[in-house]
Design a binder for this molecule. Structure first.
Ligand code: PLP
Length: 403
């Protein structure tokens, strides 16, 4: 070590000065003694809240049996997890990775190999969309296309053509003889909770079918119940050929997945892709436990009910504080509050009220409560939001006087 540093963690995150000792359901218990209502869910990861008893039991049981064997050997639990995901989706095959970026990267590789396997290796380019976020590997940075994230890393990886969201003419123009597929999030989370209309997805599907392209949905954030169904594409009514999952798939244990139809996956042969940890027994056990809970009857109906309630409560606060908030957007429990004040100020004010939220693009604050959130907690969150708005609103005193 050459210089004295306060922390030895690589300083790539602008962390707030807050840490936690434990969590239960939608609540986090801070080292400062505070009890925080967690509407971040670890950025859409802890979909079943903290320390869900079924997940804890599943992971403890697996930890006492087997942690890791590698992909040199068969994985009966991994087979079963792949089968469950395929049964619930359009897909025939699943590949397990360890993160969202890896899952999307696998999707891009599947698309490129599909065309290579059909004798068209020159078809490798992928159309992506402005405002996207696909992760931080060098290829996923290029797919994301954000100048801010690419800066200082040399030339962006080749093969991605970015166009504006919800502009089908721009997509058509971007498609050339080298185009292999289209990659899109059903709802942009990091980009500011932006959702193109279903008609745009139908048009993309049609275009892919006409031009022999593969359609890839990045459901790393929207998947596993976040938008009110197991996968967002089921709500939109347009199925992709390939889909990436991660975040909530392991309920807090790292696991990603790339799902594909047999046709789309036709180029993937032994040795064409791999991962040491991918499909690790602990991760697979966690994902099975998540599916057990989510696939129980009524789970998503309840999520949608809570979504409606939360949106109603939020809309009422937005109406009363137009100098702080301007809009509620999003689906299921991937909700965005478009702020009039700087979104960072709102996140800080909410944190002071012990309500934890996440920033996003377009000056939006994301509310990502666990899918197991209850009515009382939604009411509590609305009250905390209101208190934060009172503090941020220049006209709060006048408003109170008028009431
Ligand atoms: C849509 C989407 N894709 C990919 C990623 C990258 O996931 P990870 O951070 O696990 O690599 C994210 C992360 O926020 C995401 O929201």
């Amino acid at each position: 070590m050459t210089t004295a540093a306060a922390s030895h963690l690589l300083p790539v995150f602008a962390r707030v000065d807050l840490s936690f000792e434990s969590g239960e359901g939608a609540w986090l218990f801070g080292s400062d003694g505070g009890r925080y209502l967690d509407f971040t869910s670890g950025v859409a990861v802890n979909a079943l809240g903290h320390c869900h008893p079924h997940l804890v039991a599943a992971l403890q049981a697996q930890a006492a049996k087997l942690w890791h064997v590698s992909n040199l050997f068969k994985s009966p639990d991994g087979e079963r997890l792949a089968a469950r995901l395929c049964e619930q989706s359009f897909a025939d095959f699943a590949f397990f990775a360890n993160s969202g970026a890896e899952a999307v990267e696998c999707a891009v590789k599947v698309v490129r190999r599909y065309h290579a396997g059909r004798g068209n290796p020159e078809r490798y380019r992928i159309v992506t969309f402005e405002g996207a976020f696909h992760g931080r590997t060098l290829a996923m940075l290029a797919a994301t296309g954000s100048k801010k994230y690419l800066e200082g890393y040399g030339p962006p990886a080749d093969g991605f053509d970015q166009v504006p969201l919800d502009d089908i003419e721009a997509v058509k123009k971007a498609i050339g003889p080298e185009t292999a597929g289209i990659l899109i999030e059903p709802l942009q989370g990091e980009g500011g909770v932006r959702e193109p209309p279903p008609a745009f997805f139908r048009a993309l599907r049609q275009l892919c079918d006409e031009r022999g392209l593969l359609l890839v949905f990045d459901e790393v954030q929207t998947g596993m119940g976040r938008t009110g169904d197991l996968f967002a594409y089921r709500r939109i009514g347009v199925a992709p050929d390939v889909m990436s999952l991660a975040k909530a798939l392991g309920g807090g244990f790292p696991i990603g997945a790339c799902l594909a139809t047999a046709e789309a996956a036709s180029g993937m042969t032994p040795g064409s892709h791999g991962s040491t940890f991918g499909g690790n027994p602990l991760a697979v056990a966690a994902a099975h436990a998540v599916l057990d809970v989510m696939l129980a009857p009524g789970f998503f109906e309840r999520t949608r009910r809570m979504s409606l309630l939360l949106k109603q409560k939020l809309a009422s606060v937005v109406d009363r504080y137009p100098d702080v908030l301007s809009e509620v957007r999003g689906e299921g429990l991937l909700i965005g509050l478009k702020a009039v004040v700087p979104s960072g100020d709102l996140v800080s004010a909410l944190r002071e009220e012990k309500l934890l939220t996440v920033g996003a693009g377009e000056n939006v604050v994301r509310l990502l409560p666990p899918l197991i959130i209850g009515e009382a907690e939604i009411n509590e969150a609305a009250q905390r939001l209101e208190r934060a708005c009172v503090r941020l609103s220049g006209a709060s005193a006048n408003r109170e006087a008028a009431q």
